[in-house]
Design a protein around this ligand. Structure first.
Ligand SMILES: O=P(O)(O)OC[C@H]1O[C@H](OP(=O)(O)OP(=O)(O)O)[C@H](O)[C@@H]1O
Ligand SMILES: Nc1nc2[nH]cnc2c(=O)[nH]1
Ligand SMILES: [Mg+2]
Length: 191
């Protein structure tokens, strides 16, 4: 946090640094590339907007160094709205543009917290007859293990705290932070 960016003043502490994210993303891409090396028609990456936007961009580029080839699809779903707890209702704000039947799909997600978003999404994608569906999630919180969401590739297990940065927002802000951190209490008091 020494570069003096405007947002550093709102951050209480950093949980995962920019360098750690970069390193882990390369590692995850390597694993996925090995596991899907024999897929003939390439991988279909499904990014869960908006939170996963940064991870999708970096993960896809890292995967591009190894293969297999990828195509990108974007879905937007939301269950947190403006707050810090899940509403329990997953809403599709933007659906897939294409048919995914017979395709090998990897869902690219930023965080698995309650697991609600993913468990809903996996059922949805399976109902669209993908050949296979796996998940790569950069962050996972302990509550996620209480619901049965199979996440094959996990970057970091982090504590049960509301975090922002690297795509993750509070009231739509802080997504552009290059690291992931916890906001100071006064930021919530101000909101
Ligand atoms: O495991 P869960 O408890 O369901 O939480 C995880 C989801 O919450 C966030 O999305 P959010 O609903 O905030 O939408 P956003 O990505 O547009 O910010 C995050 O990006 C995940 O998709
Ligand atoms: N910004 C943000 N969104 C979330 N969605 C689920 N958990 C979180 C979190 O810790 N931070
Ligand atoms: Mg959000």
């Amino acid at each position: 946090m020494s570069d003096g960016s405007w947002y550093d003043a709102d951050i209480d502490h950093v949980i995962i640094s920019e360098a750690q994210i970069r390193e882990k993303t390369a590692e995850l891409a390597k694993q996925v590339s090995v596991d899907y090396a024999s897929v003939e028609d390439g991988l279909l990456l499904v990014c869960v907007l908006k939170g996963a936007v940064m991870f999708m961009a970096d993960f896809a580029r890292a995967l591009g160094r190894h293969g297999p080839s990828t195509e990108m699809e974007f879905m937007a779903v939301s269950s947190y709205g403006q707050g810090t707890t899940s509403s329990g209702v997953v809403r599709i704000l933007k659906d897939l543009d294409r048919d995914i039947a017979g395709r090998h799909v990897v869902v690219v997600e930023d965080i698995v917290d309650s697991g609600l978003t993913l468990s809903w999404l996996l059922k949805y994608l399976e109902s669209r007859s993908a050949a296979s569906v796996e998940v790569v999630a950069l962050f996972r919180k302990p509550d996620a293990v209480k619901v049965s969401v199979p996440v094959k590739y996990v970057g970091f297990d982090i504590p049960t705290e509301f975090v922002v940065g690297y795509g993750l927002d509070f009231g739509e802000r802080y997504r552009e932070l290059p690291y992931v951190g916890v906001l100071k209490p006064e930021v919530y008091a101000r909101a």
